[in-house]
Design a protein around this ligand. Structure first.
Ligand code: ASP
Length: 600
């Protein structure tokens, strides 16, 4: 602060419009704006200030003809907070900025109040700033002033509003469920909250409102929704947050088709209201088996080809030990044919092999189809007939690269699915624009966890088996399909749900299959089992990850960009420095003693 300009109170002054809303239609009127100084330019006589608020920027002009305000404007710096009154006029010819919504006009300032000054900034508030994300997160309030973050949060608000409007118009009621709750298994670790009044007992923060929304159906609330915060204590990957927002919904007296139809309507509405895009529905569908068979993953990116081909029959008894052993175990041999990739270097192949190994493969067999024929470490093990059959099955030609996986189905598919994505990115096969939706249906109900030596639910334990498969729950549980569906957008799962088990006896049986003893089921889910026994309607629902939908809708690299106050990969808020230690007194009150882990 210099001496010539002092801070003043608002003193009853009222804003008449946002900076970003000034238009030629305001010409000749006197307006009052309030906002932050984006930039000041001193052109000898005239001083220009770009004043910014959440709707955009407008150019202010200070002329030496109004000496008092002109003198004040001299001392204004970036991010000072101003209230100005002035006259809107058209910019002189040749100085218009058609790239800016307010670029045809400017405001000739007649009065200026400095509402507050600002310390020098730790970084420039520009959209293409190269300052580290940690610094931006530490000063999140400054980062939030950047138009791109502001626009994303404004859009998020619009989408949340449209969600409420659409669901409400379709008979859904927004009902809140508890945050201090009993653990709901969604496959992740719970965040626990100690109970002061019940020493040694804990609440869990909800991983989702799953059980409560089902109980609302039992309570007769027919159609429920919530835009709701959920908490999962997971090791964070790039697109995860420990707390995140779901659009959570549940409906009674419905089958999977009904949920899918209503929710396609919701997604259509969100893209229409959000970004003016008319999506075509119904969205395409793949069964889980097709998705995994063709794309290797249950969240298939169907924006490009490079599909997996099953070569099991082609290589049966081919004499190459690795393939023969795999086939003998009843496992598949699969491959992808990367068109034009025979030029890949040693390093490219090493990178792809590293991807394969990180998903459980022992290695990655490859073949380059060159003018001289097969160039490959495995070429010598295969007869010309088998080679020809493989080439044919893959529709491969000179210049192509073939990559193989021979393993148990889950590994072979995942490995090639990941290799496929890697090549898709490398070769620029994935379109940068557009929204490609696909429903994945008929998920298996159970998976077998080799380490825990027990069955686990693929979705969650409340998912209903398909009626025609129910009888196999005892005899062949891994072949039982669930009435479950995921919505995948551009290769990311943006939502998932299912028809639920609505009979107490079936739910008990499924708990049993999951290795949850009757006693344990009583202890953890007794209230649900009781509730199910009192006239539960058939019901089902879904939850969409709002953060992920917004990240994809806005083309953001990270979901952190669509959350006002996100956490880092270490689950920390670097601005407020949460989590933090607490006073001994607080710990004593909740009967907690902290035991430091010994250094490994
Ligand atoms: N509760 C599930 C989840 O959070 C969604 C659902 O089944 O409705 O993933």
């Amino acid at each position: 602060m210099t001496d010539s300009i002092v801070m003043e109170p608002l003193g009853g002054l009222k804003r008449t419009c946002y900076c970003g809303q000034v238009r030629p239609s305001h010409m000749g009127t006197r307006i009052t704006l309030m906002g932050w100084v984006q930039r000041r330019r001193d052109h000898g006589g005239l001083i220009f200030i770009d004043l910014r608020d959440r709707e955009g920027v407008v150019q202010l002009v200070f002329s030496p003809d109004a000496p008092a305000v002109h003198a004040k404007a001299h001392d204004i710096r970036s991010e000072y907070v101003l209230a100005v009154t002035g006259d809107v006029r058209m910019r002189p010819d040749g100085t218009q900025n058609t790239g800016l919504a307010t670029g045809l006009v400017e405001v000739a300032v007649t009065e200026l109040k400095l509402l507050n000054d600002s310390a020098p900034l730790p970084f420039m508030l520009e959209d293409d700033t190269d300052v580290s994300e940690m610094t931006r997160l530490k000063y999140r309030y400054l980062d939030l002033r950047r138009p791109s973050l502001q626009n994303k949060l404004v859009l998020r608000h619009k989408v949340a509003m449209s969600t409420r409007n659409y669901l409400s118009e379709n008979g859904f009621l927004e009902i809140e469920t508890p945050v201090l709750t009993k653990s709901t298994p969604e496959g992740a670790r719970d965040f626990l909250v100690p109970s002061r009044l019940n020493p040694g007992a804990f609440y869990a923060l909800p991983q989702s409102p799953q059980i409560f929304k089902q109980i609302l159906m039992i309570g007769g609330f027919d159609r429920y929704f919530q835009v709701v915060r959920c908490f999962r204590d997971e090791d964070l990957r790039a697109d995860r947050q420990p707390e995140f927002t779901q659009i959570d919904a549940e409906m009674s007296f419905v089958e999977a088709e009904d949920v899918i139809t209503v929710m396609e309507g919701l997604i259509r509405r969100l893209f229409k209201d959000g970004i003016g895009l008319e999506l075509k529905t119904p969205f395409p569908r793949l069964t889980y088996k097709e998705a995994v068979g063709r794309f290797g993953l249950d969240n298939p990116d169907v924006r490009f080809g490079l599909e997996l081909v099953d070569l099991t029959e082609t290589v049966r008894n081919c004499g190459f030990k690795v393939f023969d052993d795999t086939v003998a175990k009843g496992w598949p041999v699969k491959a992808v044919c990367a068109k034009g990739c025979a030029e890949f270097s040693r390093k490219d192949l090493d990178d792809l092999t590293a991807v394969a190994v990180s998903y459980g493969a022992k290695g990655l067999a490859w073949v380059k189809l060159t003018a001289e024929g097969w160039q490959s470490p495995i070429a010598k093990f295969l007869s010309d007939d088998v080679k020809a059959a493989i080439t044919k099955a893959l529709n491969a030609a000179t210049g192509d690269l073939i990559l193989f996986a021979a393993d148990k189905p889950s590994v072979a598919n995942t490995v090639l699915g990941r290799v496929r994505l890697n090549i898709g990115n490398r070769m620029g096969l994935i379109p940068k624009h557009g929204f490609n939706f696909v429903w994945v249906t008929e998920f298996p109900m159970l998976d077998y966890d080799e380490t825990e030596k027990r069955y686990v639910a693929v979705h969650h334990p409340f998912t209903a088996p398909m009626d025609e498969d129910l009888a196999r729950l005892d005899t062949d549980p891994l072949t039982v399909r669930a009435k479950a569906y995921d919505l995948v957008l551009n290769g990311s799962e943006i939502g998932g749900g299912s028809i639920r088990i609505h009979r107490s006896d079936v739910q008990s049986k499924v708990f049993g299959k999951l290795g949850i003893s009757e006693d344990e089921a009583r202890l953890r889910f007794g209230f649900l089992l009781d509730a199910l026994s009192f006239g539960t309607p058939p019901h089902g629902g879904i939850a969409f990850g709002l953060d992920r939908v917004m990240a994809i809708m806005t083309g953001s690299e990270s979901i952190r960009d669509v959350i006002a106050f996100p956490k880092t990969q270490k689950a920390a808020d670097v601005m407020s420095e949460a989590p933090s230690t607490v006073d001994q007194k607080q710990l004593d009150e909740i009967s907690i003693r902290v035991v430091k882990k010994k250094a490994e």
